[in-house]
Design a protein around this ligand. Sequence first.
Ligand code: GLA
Length: 323
Amino acid sequence: MKRTLLAAASLLLMTAAYAAEPVKIGFLVKQAEEPWFQDEWRYAEQAAKEKGFALVKIGVPNGEKMIAAIDNLAAQKAQGFVICAPDVKLGTAVERAAKRNNMKVISVDDRLVDGGGKPIASIPHMGISGYAIGKQVGEGIAAEIKARKWNMAEVGAIRVAYDQLPTAKERTMGAVDALKAAGFPVANIVDAPQAKTDTESAFNAANIALTKNARFKHWVAVGLNDEAVLGAVRAAEGRGIKADNMVGVGIGGAKAAQNELSKPAATGFFGSVMISAREHGYQTSVNMYDWITGKAVPPGEVLTKGMLMTRANQADVRKQMGQ
Ligand code: GLA
């Protein structure tokens, strides 16, 4: 009798110890310096405060740092992590590292793929609906071309491209398709492949495109994010193409875009389709927390929406998106 009681008591103690094990979640992003990722982290912090878990934020600019970060999280007894990997092709490596360390993993922004380039279905994902949001970009530009009564034959379109990242390709192709649907001449669309997804690389790519296509009177620009379009806008400015001859629409709507749209004088950065850093940062963290604590398994895939933000409606869009 005594022995059974003792056994039961120790079992109870063990369960209590397990339940009291503090929840620790990693949030790994490929470009920590980018305002979008700063925002995601900020909203993840909010979730951590509300739910009472520890959040470990780590920048993972390359594969080596990423694997080291995952192992480090395991050493710190984290039970799971949310990740936007530096390269989606690292998907299998991410899954293996998570399994090896007995951690759960959710991807955010960039969907991880396997060796054959197929999305890894066993890793729950939250990303934007790339093609639909790209279409919003193209439609916004087409409407502005019409408002300015430009002759489309005289307009060049720069597609700042980063096609090795599926969401980047979907976004920019959505934009191109919307332009085409509005009657934009296909021959006037110029691809400008960027080496990295930052403003400097976009600037360099757009500069080459502008130099090679000096025949156009007006320009428009699309890209995977605000940084890409800002790079194109700065390159155009360097060649004397300013707000009255340039319509760039980005994707993101974080600080970089907000600052640009708040400058006293308009620039070629006409607007940005604002997407929800709150949902990507807050909700993925809550989903991970619920998963670890056994409350709920995260949805397999969530695709979030965006809203076109310009100088005219900036305050309203921010309010509506709750950001
Ligand atoms: C990708 C881009 C980021 C941001 C996110 C949004 O990761 O590189 O700039 O646009 O998608 O999901």
